[in-house]
Design a protein around this ligand. Structure first.
Ligand SMILES: Cc1cc2nc3c(=O)[nH]c(=O)nc-3n(C[C@H](O)[C@H](O)[C@H](O)COP(=O)(O)OP(=O)(O)OC[C@H]3O[C@@H](n4cnc5c(N)ncnc54)[C@H](O)[C@@H]3O)c2cc1C
Ligand SMILES: *[C@@H]1O[C@H](CO)[C@@H](O)[C@H](O)[C@H]1NC(C)=O
Ligand SMILES: *[C@@H]1O[C@H](CO)[C@@H](O)[C@H](O)[C@H]1NC(C)=O
Ligand SMILES: *[C@@H]1O[C@H](CO)[C@@H](O)[C@H](O)[C@H]1NC(C)=O
Ligand SMILES: *[C@@H]1O[C@H](CO)[C@@H](O)[C@H](O)[C@H]1NC(C)=O
Length: 545
């Protein structure tokens, strides 16, 4: 007992009292084998109540369409290999009772559940596990219901961002929603992990605009905001849904956008002054009007046989092209923006522009659920709180050229992001951040060697960046999932181990997440490599040993 408490570090009183007062009734050890298919199917049928029989919605490795269903939402080719652990069952619910049945029966049969909506998890945690598991694949639940009078929408987790943007544009020329840039991203993972895009400086994150949700908890109960209570409703807006339950549907407030917005895209190389311009960008991009979002992507690139650094600036402005031109030339003349480079369009056209579709592409492509290309990839993230000096930028470029590959995307903070308190949602990266970095490496060849080389590259750049980014903790964005930050030991997610990665994603919100988890899922049914630990389940597993 004593060593357990010491290992806890210095928990908040609420965690400590919870630890001491919880009566530990239910401890079920996971079966080492997957359940018998027929018994499991029978259990599911008995527990689901919809006219559509659940048997037509379940895939086992013997079903001929199992591989294609599994692969449909694998968005990182690293986890599309023959050695990637495969689920014993894929359940594709069309009705909320199918989700309830999946939870109840998986619990009875000692099967782990992985919840997948759009499958964009960078480390594949929504569809892989080293324990016997089932995927609860939400892709069939994708309805979007508008309430135009109140400018709100109920949207299912299996919908994609592209589908949301398409439907908004069909209903209104004056509305938008702050969420990610890539149209194929799933609502389920995106909203429950935060969700940001180019409206962030004006309107905050997706979760800042979520007003209700429907979910199924570890006991199979269907809850809405009122019945789940404010603690749980807080936790699922940025704490990662999959630690707490299955979120079926979200109610969101749409935001106002002008009928015409403006964009630009510029590109330059080292020789054209990248260092000075990026340096200045750090001083203005988070301070400038909230209507303007300028992203920078820097990447090593070969130009006439010489390695150089390319910088791409992409902007969205909630206003007309002339105002954009005037604003940038007043506050950021170093960019050298020309009037004809400022393009005016509708908001939905700007979504297509940012997703790199050619001018004139129909908005229908937003309904495609498959991305334009598939890659092997690894991503990481950081927060910059003090602008990096020109000398240090030069050093970083040199390192990037030496490593040849990793790209960095700089996303400016400030605006609405600085007004929202760190504790308002589990997502803590608010005031005090100048910009966020996304590190990215992608490659085309399968196999361990290519993976090893490329993982090394991105890890080396991340190490090199240590002096320039946040520390204590070195913060990260949950939706840029990164298992390098640490993972739970399966079956005994410990508070002190989880706190290492938990502090990076959630800072001081981590303890409240542990508290909520310990109350709503004490047995830790919803468990995975980076799930929030339940104090009760962890203590139990220690007592077993
Ligand atoms: C190409 C690409 C572009 C991206 N662009 C952006 C961007 O612009 N902005 C941004 O913020 N992020 C971006 N991301 C990251 C993205 O937000 C996260 O990967 C997000 O979690 C993906 O959601 P998903 O439903 O597609 O993923 P999934 O892999 O299905 O799920 C991710 C996590 O959420 C859990 N989860 C999924 N559905 C549910 C549910 N219904 N209930 C409970 N838990 C659930 C999963 O179990 C897993 O832990 C991008 C990712 C990719 C691959
Ligand atoms: C998959 O196979 C099982 C039997 O193994 C069957 O009950 C089920 O209906 C099949 N699923 C589909 C979608 O055909
Ligand atoms: C995933 O792997 C399968 C089986 O090897 C292969 O047929 C499929 O093309 C792969 N998917 C992609 C997008 O490469
Ligand atoms: C708008 O919201 C109000 C208050 O919640 C509700 O009574 C009304 O029915 C809503 N309008 C529509 C069209 O649903
Ligand atoms: C798109 O193409 C049309 C037709 O060629 C042109 O009028 C319009 O200005 C273009 N828009 C952008 C944003 O380039």
């Amino acid at each position: 007992m004593i060593c357990l408490i010491i290992e806890m570090g210095a928990p908040r009183p609420s965690i400590l009292s919870l630890l001491l007062s919880l009566v530990l009734l239910y401890f079920t050890s996971a079966n080492s084998d997957a359940p018998n298919t027929n018994t499991f199917l029978q259990c599911l049928s008995l527990n689901s109540h919809s006219s559509l029989p659940i048997s037509s919605l379940i895939f086992t490795p013997t079903n001929s369409s199992y591989p294609s269903v599994l692969q449909s939402y694998i968005r990182n080719l690293r986890f599309n290999s023959s050695t990637t652990p495969k689920p014993s069952f894929i359940i594709t619910p069309t009705h909320i009772s199918h989700i309830q049945a999946s939870i109840i029966c998986s619990k009875i049969h000692g099967l782990q559940i992985r919840i997948r909506s759009g499958g964009h998890d960078y480390d594949g945690l929504s569809y892989t596990s080293d324990q016997p598991f089932a995927i609860l694949d939400m892709f069939r639940l994708r309805s979007i219901v508008f309430d135009s009078e109140n400018a709100t929408v109920w949207i299912d987790s299996g919908a994609t961002l592209g589908q949301l943007y398409y439907q908004i544009a069909k209903q209104s020329k004056f509305h938008g929603f702050p969420a990610g840039v890539c149209p194929t991203v799933g609502v389920g993972g995106h909203f429950s992990g935060g969700g940001y895009g180019n409206l962030m400086r004006k309107y905050g994150l997706s979760v800042d605009n979520v007003v209700d949700a429907i979910m199924v908890d570890a006991s199979g109960n269907v809850l809405d905001r009122e019945t789940m209570g404010e603690d749980l409703f807080w936790a699922i807006r940025g704490g990662g849904g999959a630690s707490f339950g299955v979120i079926v549907s979200w109610k969101i407030n749409l935001v106002i956008v002008p009928k015409r917005v403006s964009v630009f895209r510029l590109q330059m190389t080292l020789e054209q002054g990248v260092t000075d311009i990026v340096y200045k960008w750090q001083l203005v991009a988070n301070e400038i009007d909230d209507e303007l979002f300028i992203r920078v992507v820097v990447l090593p690139s070969i130009n006439e046989g010489q390695m150089t650094i390319k910088a791409k600036f992409v902007a969205l402005f909630l206003g007309n092209a002339q105002r954009l031109f005037d604003l940038v030339n007043e506050k950021f003349p170093e960019l050298g923006l020309q009037r004809e480079e400022c393009l005016e369009m509708s908001w939905v056209e700007s979504v297509l522009f940012w997703a790199n579709y050619a001018n004139g592409t129909s908005a229908d492509v937003l309904l495609d659920r498959m991305p334009q290309s598939e890659k092997f990839l690894k991503k990481k993230s950081d927060y910059v709180q003090i602008p990096i000096s020109k000398d240090d930028l030069e050093g970083i470029w040199k390192k990037m050229m030496e490593l040849e590959k990793p790209a960095m995307t700089f996303n400016p903070y400030g605006g609405r992001m600085s007004e929202i308190l760190e504790s308002e949602t589990p997502f803590p990266h608010r005031a005090g951040n100048v910009f966020k970095i996304q590190y990215s490496v992608t490659w085309k060849e399968g196999g361990d060697e290519a993976a090893h080389t490329n993982l090394n590259r991105i890890r080396k750049l991340y190490d090199y960046m240590t002096p320039y980014v946040s520390n204590s903790p070195r913060a990260s964005y949950l939706n840029y999932r990164d298992v390098d930050l640490g993972v739970n030991q399966m079956g005994s997610a410990s508070y002190s181990e989880a706190r290492i990665w938990g502090n990076k994603y959630f800072k001081s919100n981590f303890d409240r997440l542990v508290y909520v988890k310990s109350v709503v899922d004490p047995e830790d049914f919803f468990t995975y490599e980076q799930s929030i630990p339940s104090v009760a389940a962890w203590r139990n597993s220690m007592l077993e040993e």
